[in-house]
Design a protein around this ligand. Structure first.
Ligand code: THU
Length: 130
């Protein structure tokens, strides 16, 4: 992966609104249109109402007119190699493939690459129903 996705995720993390957890997270998606869409976590005083960086980036992607995640980078300043939470894995899965690469970053760059199949094995899939 070129550095641009890491840098985009890191810049997005700088815009996180995380006054309660103090755990800023950034995500950057390269979509099928080749463009990069970013997001950060946005918390709320009513704690369950906050949301993660990954759905912020997915929302930006959808509103930008794209629908497929080619690759995605995630970064959290306080946790090197922050993996997407369970709910985020399901949300990413909706717009990606088992071989979609997920880049886990630290402040230096991408430190580990995993696939969606590794992150979300036995993903919920209704194809068998027909
Ligand atoms: N968070 C994310 O943005 N993405 C994840 O995949 C894990 C958790 C956020 C949610 C909350 O604002 C903060 O990290 C602490 O859980």
């Amino acid at each position: 992966m070129s550095h641009d996705l890491f840098e985009a995720a890191r810049d997005a993390m700088g815009k996180a609104y995380a006054p309660y957890s103090k755990f800023p997270v950034g995500a950057a998606i390269r979509a099928e249109d080749g463009r990069v869409y970013v997001g950060a976590n946005i918390e709320n005083l009513s704690f369950p109402q906050g949301w993660c960086a990954e759905p912020s980036a997915i929302s930006a992607m959808i509103m930008g007119g794209a629908h497929r995640i080619r690759e995605i980078a995630v970064i959290a300043e306080k946790l090197p190699l922050c993996t997407p939470c369970g709910g985020c894995r399901q949300k990413i899965s909706e717009f990606s493939s088992p071989d979609t690469r997920v880049y886990l970053c630290d402040d230096q760059g991408v430190q580990k690459t995993v696939t969606m199949a590794e992150l979300l094995p036995y993903a919920f899939d209704t194809d068998v129903i027909g």
